[in-house]
Design a protein around this ligand. Structure first.
Ligand SMILES: Nc1ncnc2c1ncn2[C@@H]1O[C@H](COP(=O)(O)OP(=O)(O)OP(=O)(O)O)[C@@H](O)[C@H]1O
Length: 110
């Protein structure tokens, strides 16, 4: 039998940053605010980079997705919309989001 521990962690997971109310920044280049350090993964839709926020030094994951079609942009907007509602210490938290014309970037807890 498989036992699933559904109890909430108490004091064991320290969030790397306080909850943020993220809205997508339009016509803003993510590179103005973050240094992209190295590639950490690839998914079906984009490439994920280790990045560092210039103003705080905080290390995060930046998922860069090219959005040439309207449905591609809508998919990223939907992902951001879902992630901004999910607040739990065991779930990766959304930190920032950018729309830079042909590219969108979703910045996440590492
Ligand atoms: N927040 C994160 N922190 C660390 N690594 C991450 C993070 N998000 C993604 N990655 C890495 O990047 C890879 C690609 O992630 P991405 O979300 O683009 O695609 P996926 O999870 O494989 O699913 P899909 O391609 O269906 O969107 C992951 O498999 C993981 O290795």
């Amino acid at each position: 039998m498989i036992h699933v521990d559904e109890t909430d962690p108490v004091g064991e997971i320290e969030p790397p940053f306080p909850c943020r109310d993220v809205t997508i920044k339009r016509n803003t280049d993510v590179n103005d605010h973050y240094d992209m350090l190295s590639e950490i993964g690839r998914g079906k839709f984009g490439t994920v980079y280790l990045c560092r926020e210039k103003s705080t030094g905080l290390e995060l994951a930046a998922k860069l997705v090219s959005v040439n079609r309207r449905d591609e942009r809508r998919n990223v907007e939907r992902e951001v919309d879902v992630m901004r509602r999910l607040r739990h210490p065991r779930l990766i938290q959304l930190y920032d989001a950018y729309d830079w014309g042909k590219y969108m970037c979703v910045v996440l807890e590492l």
